[in-house]
Design a protein around this ligand. Structure first.
Ligand code: PMP
Length: 284
């Protein structure tokens, strides 16, 4: 596989990043994952816009323009013959001379840009067919979840708690309400209405979330953006999650309670179809 590191395309075993890189020492970095269908990028503009926002919130400079970033994405997809899968990108505050909590001067310490691809079947996934089961866990993450940082230890622990419990994922709960999944946005459906937590600093502003809600509204589906409790979720008709690499994926059980008849619901299935169709047409 060919990867990208700071201006160079290299075989993955020749790519190098300093041990003093702040991404490694402080999780001082941001990332994006853009999915690829038919060798084309899904919603690159959305991911680029969120990346610029994440960088801005952390006073970090982009090492390349967004046009250059698009070109690198396309180069990597081509070099690795990715038909279906994703492109991962990470920008960190770079490698300062020493380990220091204080941010280094950006003029002396350029940021690090790393990118790689992953080929993976996204459309024909087992999770989409059968739906996934989730457990609820406490949301103990920091308060700026709207910034897409590489600080993913708790979400990673959440996935392990789910695995231990014999299920697929975890929904995080704070002050009695569901924030989001470990790596996706969470939704419930009640009486035909789609309910998902409103945007704020408590959740990541999912690019798939924005697209799916827009498509749902355009298809005359009712959408309500507000907090919902885990009890309300367990009593819902159906539930689902969204993310760039899983699109719309039905949730069929929460904390061992089956939703509806325990199979993917009609709203989630329809939204998945619409999302894949529309995104494919608009892919770059
Ligand atoms: N919430 C969290 C915590 C995530 O990690 C992700 C995926 N990175 C999402 C939501 C979904 O965001 P997107 O649709 O942009 O992939």
């Amino acid at each position: 596989r060919i990867v990208y590191v700071n201006g160079e395309y290299l075989p993955e075993d020749q790519a190098r990043v300093s041990i003093f890189d702040r991404g490694f020492l402080f999780a001082d970095g941001v990332y994006e994952v853009t999915s690829v269908l038919d060798g084309k990028l899904i919603d690159f503009q959305g991911h680029a816009a969120r990346l610029e926002r994440s960088l801005g919130e952390l006073d970090m400079a982009a090492p390349v323009t967004m046009d250059e970033l698009l070109a690198i994405h396309r180069d990597l997809v081509k070099l690795n013959n990715v038909e279906e899968g994703m492109v991962y990108l990470q920008i960190t505050r770079g490698a300062a001379a020493d380990r220091d909590f204080v941010f280094p001067d950006p003029a002396a310490t350029p940021s690090t840009l790393v990118m790689f691809t992953q080929s993976k079947g996204l459309i024909d996934s087992a999770a989409a067919k059968t739906g996934i089961k989730v457990i609820s866990i406490d949301d103990i993450r920091w308060g700026r979840r709207d910034i897409k940082t590489v600080q993913l230890l708790y979400p990673s622990m959440g996935k392990m708690m789910a695995k231990k419990a014999g299920v697929d994922d975890a929904w995080m709960v704070e002050d009695g309400v569901v924030t989001e999944g470990t790596s996706n946005n969470a939704y419930i459906v009640k009486g035909g209405k789609i309910i998902t937590r409103h945007l704020g600093t408590e959740i990541l502003h999912g690019i798939t979330r924005a697209a799916v809600l827009k498509m749902a509204r355009e298809s005359q589906m009712e959408v309500e953006e507000r907090p919902f409790t885990i009890e309300e979720a367990k009593a819902a008709d159906e539930a689902f999650v969204t993310s760039a690499s899983t699109f719309v994926t039905p949730v069929v059980a929460i904390d061992g309670v089956a939703l509806g008849d325990g199979t993917p619901g009609p709203v989630a299935r329809r939204l998945r179809e619409i999302y894949i169709d529309e995104s494919r047409k608009a892919a770059l």
